[in-house]
Ligand binder design. Sequence first.
Ligand SMILES: [Zn+2]
Length: 247
Amino acid sequence: MQAEKTKKIKKVKKTSKVQKGKKTKKPEKANKVQNKKLRRNMRIGIAVLAILLVILGSVKIFKPSWFTDMYLELTEEKIEAVEPEIDVELLTVNPYSRPGTPTEKITGIVVHYTANPGATAMDNRNYFENLKDGHDTQVSSNFIIGLEGEIVQCVPTWEVAYASNSRNIDTVSIECCHPDETGKFNEETYKSMVQLCAWLCMKFELDENAVIRHYDVTEKICPKYFVENEEAWEKFKKDIRRTLKDF
Ligand SMILES: [Zn+2]
């Protein structure tokens, strides 16, 4: 029995020697691998840091205003500089066309057509104004663009207008005049539409994709020409993007 036990102990000793040998070899290799990894990580870290410094440096050179309060002032100046001519003819506050309700953060611009061929911007504006007495319906818009490209503002952009249904609360609406039943806009109206949309995009920090049709809110055929001619709508948005770039 005892002999068997000592044999077993020897065996155990032998195996533990082998394990010891293995153990002593492993940490050396592991250390080497770890060191390699550490050096590699340090190199990556230094490279990332260098890239960040270069980016920061170029931003400071090309966009110095980002590092000061000048940025906001410059933006405001720029917004004023490219503001189209607007005839501000605000409606009287009344429940039928200018409820006086504050808008939420503006996230879109909704384009409409008046569906009133030949009528001028002021005709449409006065129709909205007269609703306060006639009580016929609840309708209005923030802006109307006329047949000569004139822009009339009826409701401030920080107040809700009754034009775009569920999106009245977070959009600015633009009604656009048109000479005939096709709903196609003439050149003057179109130019002002592009200018006004681009300017509003800049003012509210949006891009041309935030410009939508009334149709996109309710599927109403409005503005008719841009619903029936998808290409014309896409071109309109491209023209807004180009104008935004020019600003
Ligand atoms: Zn509409």
